[in-house]
Design a protein around this ligand. Structure first.
Ligand SMILES: *Cc1c(COP(=O)(O)O)cnc(C)c1O
Length: 390
């Protein structure tokens, strides 16, 4: 199988898997237990916290382990909203193409009386720093803008947005789930107060993530109540193997980032070049401000879902948008946000690569996609009409 769905999830790296194994059935103690097997588990969690902090240029006590990116997003946003509300601030700035973990949390806050302002992302899929600056108000409790988009791969000017927020003392959260391990992250230099990561997007295990919270920036509110784990902010017995695997995967991703990105972006560029030859093909998202592995095209006249089925049948695993919207008939909110008409948004294909992909796999995709798009168009009444208009 050719796996080109790395924005949805990645294969675990050998290093992450090896690092995790002892913590299932050898060092399986509870980190909170006063015995030596528990102490060893606690040491592993502490070591992982240091590793993650080093990768992000943060302090270990600014790292909280969560059940994934969604939980980190929820907790970051709820915390800043609550802290703001205590001081009469109920305005939140975000963008139209955030992940649903952010958008749905904001919807809930709206029901609770917050005012949510979603900025446009323009045709290139990039939020404008100037728009953030002019949206900021005295009663803005939080700005939350993703570091990189999961569907079209566009990298946002989050460092500049962070600087604008820092200058007026407004907390800034960034969902860096797609950026983590692929884009250099330095929370200090990048003016970030709150940041979310998820291990399974950088070759770590599923079900474990990170919330970075800058010391003194925003007091964290619990999403889960319980014991004293994670300084009381994220109770529940630690997912020790997951946390160890996350740290091993992040360390590897950071150490090999340049090498991996060089390879992945060369594969991406070949794919973009090749698929652009398909008549009326449209690349979604800015060509250069783009994650090294992201390719997202619309092919007018076809249904993305049909193309996916045919590709899957030929051994290529891809996606039509985000996994969360697949299965529903609504076109992706991201593609609509960059101004695509419904019928064109429906005919989109996301191929997301990793350093594990090969040249030969790209050759195969470049042979299959144009052939399958042509076949689908031959059967498509929509395409026939389009050609008549031409
Ligand atoms: C995958 C993803 C999430 C959710 O992370 P989980 O660990 O799957 O909960 C959030 N935001 C973005 C941008 C993502 O790509």
């Amino acid at each position: 199988m050719i796996y080109a769905d790395n924005a949805a999830t990645t294969a675990m790296s050998a290093a992450a898997k090896e690092a995790m194994l002892p913590y299932f059935d050898q060092i399986y103690g509870n980190p909170s237990s006063p015995n030596s097997i528990g102490n060893r588990a606690a040491e592993a969690v502490a070591g992982a916290r240091k590793t993650v902090a080093a990768c992000l240029h943060a302090e270990p006590d600014e790292i909280y382990f969560t059940s994934g990116g969604s939980e980190a997003d929820n907790q970051a946003i709820r915390s800043a909203a609550l802290a703001g509300a205590k001081r009469g601030k109920r305005h939140i700035i975000s963008s139209k193409f955030e992940h649903h973990a952010v958008l749905h949390t904001l919807q809930r806050l709206e029901q609770e009386g917050f005012e949510v302002q979603l900025l446009d992302v323009y045709e290139d899929g990039v939020v404008r720093v100037e728009d953030v600056r002019s949206a900021l108000r005295a009663d803005t409790a939080l700005v939350t803008i993703m570091a990189a988009n999961n569907e079209i791969g566009t990298i946002q000017p989050f460092t500049e947005i962070g600087a604008v927020c820092r200058a007026v003392g407004t907390p800034f959260h960034t969902d860096a789930v797609q950026a983590g391990g692929h884009v250099p992250l330095n929370v200090k230099a990048q003016n970030v107060d709150l940041l979310s990561l998820s291990a399974h997007k950088f070759h770590g295990p599923k079900g474990v993530g990170v919330l970075y919270a800058r010391r003194g920036a925003v007091p964290l509110t619990n999403v889960i109540e319980g014991g004293g784990q994670e300084r009381g902010k994220r109770p529940g017995t630690e997912n020790v193997p997951g946390i160890v695997g996350l740290a091993a995967a992040l360390r590897e991703a950071c150490e090999k980032m340049d090498k991996h990105n060089e390879k992945t972006s060369a594969l991406r560029d070949r794919l973009i070049e090749g698929l652009s030859q398909i008549p009326l093909a449209r690349l979604n998202g800015d060509r250069t401000k783009r994650l090294p592995g992201n390719v997202n095209f619309s092919f007018p006249g076809i249904e993305g879902e049909s193309l996916l089925l045919l590709l899957d049948h030929e051994g290529v695993a891809a996606s039509s948008g985000s996994a969360c919207t697949s299965g529903s008939l609504d076109p992706s909110h991201v593609l609509l946000a960059i101004g695509l008409p419904h019928e064109i948004a429906h005919g989109s294909l996301r191929l997301s690569l990793s350093a594990y992909n090969t040249e030969a796999e790209i050759d195969h995709i470049l042979e299959a996609v144009p052939r399958l798009v042509a076949r689908l168009r031959e059967m498509s009444p929509v395409w026939k009409k389009m050609k008549e208009v031409d």
